[in-house]
Design a binder for this molecule. Structure first.
Ligand code: NAP
Length: 253
C-alpha cells in the first residue's frame, strides 16, 4: 500500500460527535479533507457551519440531531444508524467539563458529565462496533485527555470520565482487535477552545500552564487532525488500545 493510501480515508464514512466547534470541528474537516464522508452527531442547530465546510470540501455530510446527555436515546439512535448506514470510523469527541472544588461537586453535574463523556460514548461505540466487527473492519477513536493520566484540580467528574475513557479504550480494543476493529484514543493537551476558556481567562493560570508546556504554546484544534487521520485510516491497522498524547510535551516533563 502506498504512503498516500495509508493516510487516505477515501470511500469511508466517519461519524464524529461534537463537531460544531473546537477539536471536533477541526477533526471532522480534517477527515473530510482526507477523503471521508461525514455523519455529524450532536445538537443539529449548532452544526450548520461545520456541515457547510465539509460539503465545500466536496464530501457528503449528514447531521444527526442527538443530545449526548441522554444515553438511552443515544443507544437507540446509534442502533438505528448502525442498521441504516455503513460507518467505518467513529470519533467520540464531544465532552463537557465542570469546575468546582471537590467538596462542592453536586449530583446533577456529576451525572451530566458522566452521561455525556462516558455513558453515551460507550453505548454509541457499542452499537456502531457491532456491524464493524461483523464486517471485520472499523476504527473507533475516543478523545481522552491529560486527565486520563493526571488528577487535575477542581475538575473531579471530568477526570473520572477521562480516566474511564482510557480504560474503556483498552478494554474494547482487547475484545475487538481479533475482529478487525481498532479502538484507540487521542489525549489532547491544553488546546485553545471553549472547554479551556476559563483557564485562559485567568492570567496567572494561563501563564503557569504555558510556561510548563515544552513546546512553549497552547495547542490549536488543528494540532489534533494528524493524529485523528492516522487513527482513522489504514496506517494504524496494527495499533490497538493506544492512547496517543498530543500535548506539546506536557506529560514528558
Ligand atoms: P468544546 O469546544 O467545548 O466543544 C464541545 C463539543 O461537544 C461541542 O460540539 C458541543 O456541542 C458538544 N457537546 C457538549 N455537550 C453535548 C451534548 N449534551 N450533546 C451533544 N453534543 C454536546 O470542546 P473541545 O475543547 O473541542 O473538546 C472536545 C473534546 O476534547 C472533549 O471530549 C474534551 O474533553 C476533550 N479535550 C479537550 C481539551 C482542551 O484543551 N480543549 C483537552 C483535553 C481533552 P454544542 O456546540 O452543541 O454545545
Amino acid at each position: 500500500m502506498s504512503v498516500e493510501a495509508l493516510f487516505s480515508l477515501s470511500g469511508s464514512t466517519a461519524l464524529v460527535t461534537g463537531a460544531s466547534r473546537g477539536i471536533g470541528r477541526a477533526v471532522a474537516c480534517g477527515l473530510a479533507a482526507a477523503g471521508a464522508d461525514l455523519i455529524l452527531a450532536g445538537r443539529a442547530a449548532s452544526h450548520e457551519d461545520t456541515a457547510a465546510a465539509i460539503t465545500a470540501l466536496g464530501r457528503r455530510c449528514t447531521v444527526i440531531d442527538i443530545d449526548l446527555a441522554d444515553p438511552a436515546r443515544v443507544r437507540s439512535v446509534a442502533a438505528r444508524v448502525a442498521r441504516d448506514e455503513t460507518v467505518d470510523v467513529v470519533i467520540n469527541n464531544a465532552g463537557i467539563i465542570t469546575r468546582d472544588d471537590v467538596l462542592d461537586v453536586d449530583a446533577g453535574d456529576w451525572a451530566r458529565v458522566l452521561d455525556v463523556n462516558l455513558t453515551s460514548l460507550f453505548f454509541l461505540s457499542q452499537q456502531l462496533a457491532a456491524p464493524m466487527a461483523a464486517r471485520g473492519r472499523g476504527k473507533i477513536v475516543n478523545v481522552a485527555s491529560l486527565l486520563s493520566f493526571q488528577g487535575g484540580v477542581r475538575v473531579t467528574p471530568y477526570t473520572v470520565t477521562k480516566h474511564a475513557v482510557a480504560g474503556l479504550t483498552r478494554a474494547m480494543a482487547n475484545e475487538l482487535a481479533p475482529r478487525g476493529v481498532q479502538v484507540n484514543a487521542i489525549a489532547p493537551g491544553y488546546i485553545a477552545t471553549d472547554n479551556t476558556e476559563a483557564l485562559r481567562a485567568d492570567p496567572d493560570r494561563h501563564r503557569a500552564i504555558t510556561e510548563r508546556i515544552p513546546a512553549g504554546r497552547w495547542g490549536s484544534p488543528d494540532d489534533l487532525v494528524g493524529a485523528a487521520v492516522f487513527l482513522a485510516g489504514p496506517a494504524s491497522d496494527y495499533v490497538n488500545g493506544h492512547v496517543l498524547v498530543v500535548d506539546g510535551g506536557w506529560l514528558a516533563r
